[in-house]
Write a new protein. Structure first.
Length: 133
């Protein structure tokens, strides 16, 4: 199974193809758009590992933006005792949910690709009645 270590939003993530993960909000991004990560720190599979210094030039990871959203509210409450001083604040961190589609090596060779999603439709009563006739 191939993997890659990407850097985005000041954090590093180990990703595999077909994986869905939350990252810091990507600027100017709309759902169903393709995103390319070019800051690849390392990539490899069961046999070999290619490590960059600090990044591997030419390697890239293609992903698709699933949705943008906000996390749950984190409350910040500060109180100074015996001073009748208190402050309540809240914060909701924005995130982007992405699905990793393809991982490319430094020479442009495709290392791994996510499987296509197959959707199943339920049979309605109408179609079953028509089949009986």
């Amino acid at each position: 199974m191939s993997f890659a270590i990407i850097q985005t939003g000041g954090k590093q993530y180990k990703v595999k193809s077909g994986e869905i993960l939350k990252v810091e909000k990507l600027p100017d991004s709309k759902p169903e758009t393709k995103i390319e990560f070019k800051e690849i720190l390392a990539y490899g599979d069961d046999k070999i590992i290619e490590v960059g210094a600090p990044t591997v030039s030419g390697a890239k990871v293609e992903a698709e933006l699933v949705k943008n959203g906000k996390e749950r509210t984190v409350l910040i409450f500060k109180k100074r005792r015996r001073h009748n001083s208190r402050r309540k604040n809240g914060h909701r961190q924005e995130f982007s949910m992405i699905k990793i589609n393809k991982i490319f090596s430094k020479d442009g060779k495709l290392l791994s690709e996510a499987e296509k999603k197959v959707t199943l439709r339920k049979k309605t009563e109408l179609t079953t009645k028509e089949e009986k006739k």
